[in-house]
Design a protein around this ligand. Structure first.
Ligand code: NAD
Length: 308
């Protein structure tokens, strides 16, 4: 069986590649290397075929899906902050690319899709943790682009017999991460170990999940979900504030007396479209037998240790 992993040279995608190769699958990767890196692909040339290509081009999408049995779609621009200044980037990288991929799957008769969505589709839920049936009310163009992808996928499952598993990930962290708060804090502290600028007032709440747990959840959902269209939250069971993340990063890096400087925009958030509080209910995944090994604080700590 051959599986296509879009964005397979990126953070989550490359860990999915490792796992599927270990399970004996042949893997093809399509990546435009906008943020991904070929050195993330350990088994390149043996069990992995890599195609440098861009899903914004329909012809690249068609070439990529040719002859595969299933598609794991992880290519996207994952930077929520970019979407505030550059909404068009998110529309193109996420919605147009996903549409091209779905069209390619329809035309080539590929019937199975796993999609990396995001907790940002919920926007600012009225209470946390939020379950999969909560309303979809994104407050960033990134979140809106993921919601648009989910809806396109839903229609394709109804119209063209594609089976889809949609994963709404919380903040995924671990080795090879190159964006987001943990990466940002580590970089800033490497440049200046005496001071740390925190975007927002530091009280923003998030759930963090370690990459190994996220990969395990993804595989489990793919194997066990039985409907034509399936949605799962993927997160650990607790949540921590951005200030707590800062503290863990500082301590794990062995630093002391770091001055924290908060930079809030409106309502204490770090940028327009930043969400104040988000955490996810994971009962649906747990019903399939999932249990995260690390909680949010442990996931952040393990990530820092792995990147030092
Ligand atoms: P990443 O940037 O490391 O991976 C994305 C990959 O897609 C990169 O390798 C990039 O080069 C590639 N890519 C981007 N646009 C492309 C295009 N048009 N054609 C081909 N390849 C393209 O980010 P990640 O953190 O690994 O995210 C993977 C997926 O998971 C994304 O869809 C992201 O939105 C989603 N997600 C991530 C998180 C997280 O916390 N990391 C949370 C929720 C959802």
């Amino acid at each position: 069986e051959t599986i296509l992993i879009t964005g397979g040279a990126g953070f989550i995608g490359s860990h999915m590649v490792d796992r599927l190769v270990n399970e004996g699958f042949k893997v093809r990767v399509i990546d435009n290397l906008s943020s991904g890196r070929l050195e993330n692909l350990k088994h390149l040339g043996t069990s992995i075929e890599a195609m440098i290509g861009d899903l914004k081009k329909p012809e690249d999408a068609l070439k990529a899906v040719d002859g595969v049995d299933a598609v794991f779609h992880f290519a996207a621009n994952p930077e929520v902050r970019v979407s505030t200044t550059n909404p068009e980037t998110h529309f193109n990288e996420n919605v147009v690319a996903t549409f091209n991929l779905l069209e390619a799957m329809r035309r080539r008769g590929v019937k199975e899709l796993v999609f990396a969505s995001s907790s940002s589709v919920y926007g600012e839920p009225s209470e946390i943790p939020v379950g999969e049936d909560a309303p979809i009310r994104p407050v960033s163009v990134y979140g809106a682009s993921k919601a648009a992808c989910e809806n396109l996928i839903h229609a394709y499952t109804r119209l063209y017999g594609i089976r889809a598993v949609v994963l709404r990930y919380a903040n995924v962290v671990g080795p090879r991460l190159r964006h987001g708060v943990v990466w940002d804090f580590m970089n800033k502290l490497r440049t200046n170990p005496r001071e740390l600028e925190v975007l927002g007032n530091g009280t923003q709440v998030r759930s963090y999940i370690y990459i190994d747990d996220a990969v395990e959840a993804t595989i489990l959902a793919w194997r066990k979900a039985s409907d034509a269209f399936n949605v799962f939250n993927v997160a650990s069971e607790d949540w921590i504030t951005v200030d707590e993340v800062a503290k863990i990063v500082i301590e794990t890096m062995g630093l002391k007396d770091v001055k924290i400087i908060h930079k809030p925009v409106a309502h204490g958030v770090g940028w327009l479209g930043d969400v104040k509080k988000i955490a996810l209910k994971i009962e649906r995944l747990k019903a399939l037998g999932f249990k995260p090994k690390l909680n949010s604080a442990q996931a952040v700590k393990e990530t820092v240790l792995g990147m030092m």
